[in-house]
Design a protein around this ligand. Structure first.
Ligand SMILES: [Fe+2]
Length: 192
């Protein structure tokens, strides 16, 4: 009998300043506080607030013992998590999330078209890396047939590609996305 897991319930994030993190995750990211228990470890359980059963408590913010000597999150050569990705249901929600982050002075440092989804990347006040993404309804079919991800940069002026709603019969992961994007958006290499 294999282990029968249900879903990821939460990620525990250590932060230097619990009040600052709590403000960011509620006011900027829109999380709800599911539990605060100062009597037990002084941490805060966050929830997306949609559904008590399915949300889990999503994030558990934990105050580090000594903010002065705390080490930062792992860098690109550090073992551990690279980022935590949170889904939105629509492309309009992704654009709204982007604009909301920017209006709260959060730096969105990458906006990537991944063939099966569009992702924006940023960090919380402690430097914990986060992603918000809109996954196309065709994502699983693209995974099966090969998505040919080339990490194209997108802007919200670029229309969502046509294979987001229907993968063409002649889909070629090596060339289809590249042909479509050539001349309209830049590759990561060209942008750096
Ligand atoms: Fe990701």
């Amino acid at each position: 009998m294999p282990i029968r897991l249900s879903r990821i319930g939460h990620v525990a994030l250590r932060v230097r300043d619990l009040q600052r993190a709590k403000k960011f995750y509620t006011e900027v990211m829109g999380f709800k506080i599911a539990e605060e228990d100062p009597e037990h470890g002084n941490d805060v359980f966050m929830s997306l607030g949609h559904d008590d059963h399915n949300d889990g408590h999503t994030f558990d913010l934990v105050q580090v013992e000594d903010p002065q000597t705390a080490s930062p999150p792992p860098d690109r050569n550090g073992v551990g998590y690279a980022h935590i990705a949170i889904k939105v249901d629509t492309h309009d929600d992704l654009k709204a999330a982007h604009d909301h982050l920017v209006s709260h002075s959060v730096t969105v440092d990458r906006m990537i078209e991944h063939a099966n989804q569009r992702s924006i990347y940023f960090a919380d006040p402690d430097g914990n890396r986060l992603e918000i993404y809109y996954e196309y309804p065709t994502a699983r079919e693209l995974f099966r047939r090969g998505r040919g991800d080339r990490d194209f940069i997108f802007t919200f002026d670029d229309p969502v590609p046509p294979w987001a709603t229907g993968v063409p019969d002649d889909w070629d992961p090596e060339t289809t996305a590249e042909r479509y994007h050539r001349g309209t958006v830049r590759t990561m290499e060209q942008s750096s």
